[in-house]
Design a protein around this ligand. Sequence first.
Ligand code: HAM
Length: 420
Amino acid sequence: MSTFQAPKGTYDLLPPDSATYLAVREAISGPLKNSGYGYIETPGFENVELFARGVGESTDIVTKEMYAFETKGGDRLALRPEGTASVLRAALEANLHKGGNLPVKLWYSGSYYRYERPQKGRYRHFSQVGAEAIGTEDPALDAELIILADQAYRSLGLRNFRILLNSLGDKECRPVYRAALQDFLRGLDLDDDTRRRVDINPLRVLDDKREYVQKQLAGAPMLRDYLCEACKAYHEQVRELLTAAQVAFEDDEKLVRGLDYYTRTTFEFVHDGLGSQSAVGGGGRYDGLSEMIGGPALPSVGWALGVDRTVLALEAEGIALDIPAATSVYAVPLGDEARRVLFGAVTALRRAGVATDFAYGGKGLKNAMKSANRSGARLALVAGERDLAEGVVQLKDLTSGEQTPVALDAVVDEVRRALA
Ligand code: HAM
C-alpha cells in the first residue's frame, strides 16, 4: 500500500481481470471494423464550449458533471464526458465530410470522465467504445448501428439485454410537442427544480424516476402523436429494417436520453441484471449537432457502449470469456550458464511468435515451477548444467508432467509441434 489511492469513483484494471476488458473492446469494435468504420482517436480534453454547445447547456453532464478547468495559458478546457461532440469536431476540422464520400464512418475507444455520484456501474472515469456515421440521413444507417451493437453483445454471449427504441422527432415537429408538454407539465404539482427543468428541458421530466412525478405524468401528451409525417415514415423504416434483421426491440416512448443533441431515432441497450445503472449502451441520430458547433448541416447517427457495464453484464450472466493464457511457454534456468542459453531460446521463441516468459531473478526450481504454473503456460523449458553439456533442454508438459529432452537448436520447432 502506498500513501495514495485511486481517486473516488475510479478503479484500476489489473490482470487477470483486465484481459476481459480488452476482450470486450475487441468484441465491440470487431463488427464495426468489419462494416466500414475507420478508427479515430481524439484528445482526452477539449474546449469546454464544445461540450456546452454540443451536449447541451441544460444537461446534467454539462451543468454538474464536467471536469472543467482553466489552463495556465488561460484556455477553458474540459475532460471529455462523451465522444460524439469530439469526433464530429475532429471530422469537421479535417474536412472528412468533403469530397463526397459520405457517410464518414468512425469508431473509437477510450476513457471518459463525469463527476457523478459513484455507485456500482457508475464511475467518474469509465470506458466506452463508440461509433459515429456522419453526414447521411438513411434509416438503414440507424439500423446498421443497432444491428452491429446487438451482434457485439451476442458475440460476447450476452442474452439478457433489451433494445429500447424511440423517435424524438425533428426540428419541425419537436418544438410543437415541447410546447404542448410544457403546457401540461406547468399544470402539475412539482418541486422548484423540476419546474425549472420544465422550462429548460421538459422532455427530461418524462424520464424522472420518482413516483410522485411518474404518477402525475399519466395523460401527458406523447411525442408519438406529434411526429411529423417525415419522422413517422423514417422511424417506421428503421423498425422494419430491424425486424427484417431479426433484432428484437421494444418501443419506448419515454426514452429521452441525457444529451440534448438527439433528433429522430434514439435507442438504449439495457441489461436486466444490473440494477439501477442498467444502460450498457445508448445512442441515436443527431442531425443538428454539426450546425450547433459551427459546421454545415450533417445528419448523423451513432452510439457508445459502456465497457465497464458490459463487463458487469457478463458477470451478471455468469459468462466467463474464453481468454487464452497470455503465456504458452515458461523457461526455467538452473544456473548461470543455463540462464544465458535459455534467455537466448526465449528470445528466439518470441521472435517466432510464441508467447514465452522467463523465470527472472535467479529463482530456485520449486519457486520457478510455481511461477510457470501460475502463468498458465502449457509448456516449461527447463535446463541445468548437465542438460547443456548434452546440448539439450527439457521440454515439460505442465498438464501431464511428461518431460522430454529436445536438442537446443531444435527448440523452436519442437515447442511449436508440442503446442500445435
Ligand atoms: P451515454 O448514454 O451518455 O451516451 O453513454 C453511453 C454509455 O456509456 C452508457 O450507456 C453507459 O454504459 C456508459 N456510461 C455513461 N456514463 C457512465 C458512468 N458514469 N460510469 C460507467 N459507464 C457510463 C453517450 O455518451 C453518447 N455520446 C452516445 C452516442 C454516440 N450518441 C450518438 N453517438
